[in-house]
Design a protein around this ligand. Structure first.
Ligand SMILES: *Cc1c(COP(=O)(O)O)cnc(C)c1O
Length: 427
């Protein structure tokens, strides 16, 4: 038995499923998880010292790769000043200034400790501000695990939406309406059926939790227009896309200003950080300014703020990073496409900026319904094949590959060569 296996056996006795977040269990690729000992640059090392080219990047935050020296220096300096105070510190102000400068329409921001907290608190704020209860989300978009967001649409027009998790009372999701991504008619219908009852629409402007789906710009523009016309707040969940697809997020790329925005992942530089913000008028309903309660013992933690600030400044001061990352992703996409054609494997690669997914699907993948027709057992075989060649992909068909700035051309080429080998072996 190797060390990972031994650790997993111990873990399963005392941690549910042996992991602290479900996707880490590698269940959807029929494998046991790899337990990491350390990571550096674009590599992760397991407890046997095997190294893997890492395309998980902690699900996005490690945009500069692991153990970036600049960020490490900042972390060590920050430690010397104490880890947590429970009273305000200057780095919290600095972080808020960086985010509000970077993001159009985000005039005020509140720090939290995760993406889940950010979306949950943004929705509470939207409800408090509009004094309306209903919300719209989209099928296939993930916004963390708070009760009202763990819901899928019921089948048929008459069924109510159903929670996707046991432990969420049906009553808690009865205010959540579920629409189809990239389908504006589905939104118009819900708005029509729930006149003056909808507080907000929450959306991943670039979906990253059902694989990458390309946003339809006409859909996005229409969504902004009809939410505005109906006094419904538009919330962009930029927990993945914020500071990854551009420094100003999707709002900058789309030239669409949402009423509220949520961040996470990258803004903490690898530490547990989230944030939600929006127009001053909206954010002013939050406690202690207003009647919407939200708090956090470790929110705005000085160590996390220091590393997050360093990461965001590094992105701001090196704007060429975005083009470089996109070029690497393009190269992977072109290489994969060539291999798919050559091997005849039924697969389709989606990409938006530096995010990409290889779907084992005979047709183009444009909607959630398309995503759900993908062959997950083929993905499992593909994952395993790549893993054996020392490449760590997201252990699920529905997650995306995250690239980091330390990836070299040789590593990209090695990934493309390995892709060809594995496609050949599983076809
Ligand atoms: C990861 C993610 C979240 C939840 O963030 P956590 O920090 O895991 O709670 C919310 N929204 C989106 C779009 C995400 O990708």
């Amino acid at each position: 038995m190797n060390n990972s296996k031994r650790l997993f056996e111990r873990a399963k006795e005392i941690i549910p499923g042996g992991v602290n977040s479900p996707v880490r269990a590698f269940g959807s690729v029929d494998m046991d998880p790899v337990f990491v000992k350390k990571a550096k640059g674009s590599y992760i090392y397991d407890s046997e010292d095997n190294k893997y080219l890492d395309y998980i990047s902690s699900w996005g935050p490690m945009i500069f790769g692991h153990c970036d020296e600049e960020l490490n220096e900042v972390a060590i300096e920050a430690l010397k000043n104490g880890i947590s105070y429970g009273v305000p510190s200057g780095v919290e102000v600095e972080m808020a200034e960086i985010i509000t400068d970077a993001y159009k329409g985000c005039e005020m921001v509140r720090m939290v400790n995760s993406g889940t907290e950010a979306t949950m608190s943004a929705i509470r704020t939207a409800r408090g501000y509009t004094k309306k209860d209903k919300i719209i989300k989209f099928e296939g978009c993930y916004h963390g695990h708070s009760d009202c967001l763990l819901v899928k649409s019921g089948s048929g027009a008459l069924t109510l939406n159903v929670p996707t998790s046991l432990g969420v009372p049906a009553d808690f999701v009865k205010h959540t309406l579920v629409c189809e991504y990239n389908n504006i008619e589905s939104v118009k219908k819900e708005i029509e059926n729930n006149k003056d009852e909808i507080a907000c629409v929450i959306i991943e402007p670039v979906p990253g939790n059902m694989g990458v789906i390309s946003p339809d710009m006409e859909f996005m523009k229409q969504l902004r227009k009809i939410t505005e016309e109906n006094n419904i707040l538009l919330i962009f969940d930029e927990v993945i896309s914020g500071f990854r697809i551009s420094y100003g997020g999707a709002a900058k790329v789309f030239d669409i200003v949402p009423d509220m925005v949520c961040f996470g992942k990258i803004i903490g530089g690898g530490l547990p950080v989230g944030a939600y913000g929006g127009k001053k008028e909206i954010m002013s309903v939050i406690s202690p300014l207003g009647p919407v309660y939200q708090a956090g013992t470790l929110s705005g933690n000085p160590l996390a703020m220091s590393i997050g600030i360093a990461a965001l400044n590094k992105l701001k001061n090196n704007p060429e990073i975005y083009e470089e990352l996109e070029n690497k992703a393009k190269k992977l996409q072109e290489g994969f496409n060539k291999n798919i054609e050559e091997t005849g494997v039924k697969a389709f690669v989606t990409r938006y900026k530096s995010m990409l997914t290889i779907f084992f699907n005979a047709k183009e993948v444009r909607t959630y319904a398309d995503v759900m027709t993908s062959d997950t057992s083929m993905y499992a075989k593909y994952f395993k094949g790549m893993f054996e060649l020392g490449i760590l992909l997201p252990p699920s068909q529905y997650e995306i590959m995250f690239l980091n700035t330390t990836l070299t051309d040789e590593e990209i080429e090695y990934t493309i060569e390995s892709n060809l080998k594995v496609l050949n072996s599983i076809k």
